[in-house]
Design a protein around this ligand. Structure first.
Ligand code: TYD
Length: 132
């Protein structure tokens, strides 16, 4: 399984760092939605679902967390610990987010608006879906 990580270009000077993300330039899709998670409790596992068509870029803009990706045959764990790195998560990919540091802010850029019908929340259903 190929893990696609984007390294964004920080604009740094004596004042600090700034990262700018533009759809189609830095992000491979039109950004229709942005959401972020923070105050995630110790030991919490989020995600546990796949999407039928949604594409996302996950950026831990503060703190750190881990992302487990599962394409139905292979699993990969990707640590996210830099505000200038983004993990591309395609559709048809089971994902779990865990090991959040107490200060973690995980921001997600998404290619579509929120649509509960795009979720697959049952792992066996996910396996059946990708076989089709
Ligand atoms: P949930 O899907 O449980 O988050 P995750 O799978 O990433 O742990 O979402 C938590 C709540 O937030 C749920 O009530 C749905 C709502 N929500 C929105 O309203 N819009 C969104 O874009 C997302 C991602 C969630």
């Amino acid at each position: 399984m190929q893990v696609v990580k984007y390294m964004f270009q920080p604009h740094g000077d004596e004042r600090g760092q700034l990262v700018a993300l533009e759809e189609f330039n830095d992000i491979p899709f039109k950004i229709k939605r942005v959401y972020y998670m923070y105050d995630t409790g110790e030991g919490v596992v989020r995600g546990n679902h796949a999407h039928k068509s949604l594409e996302q870029i996950l950026i831990c803009i503060h703190g750190s967390c881990k992302i487990k990706l599962d394409n139905g045959t292979e699993q990969k764990v990707v640590p996210l610990e830099k505000p200038y790195e983004g993990l591309y998560v395609a559709n048809n990919m089971w994902r779990e987010m865990y090991d959040f540091s107490s200060d973690a802010v995980l921001m997600v850029l998404a290619s579509e608006l929120y649509d509960e019908n795009d979720y697959i929340r049952d792992y066996n259903e996910f396996i059946d879906f990708i076989k089709k």
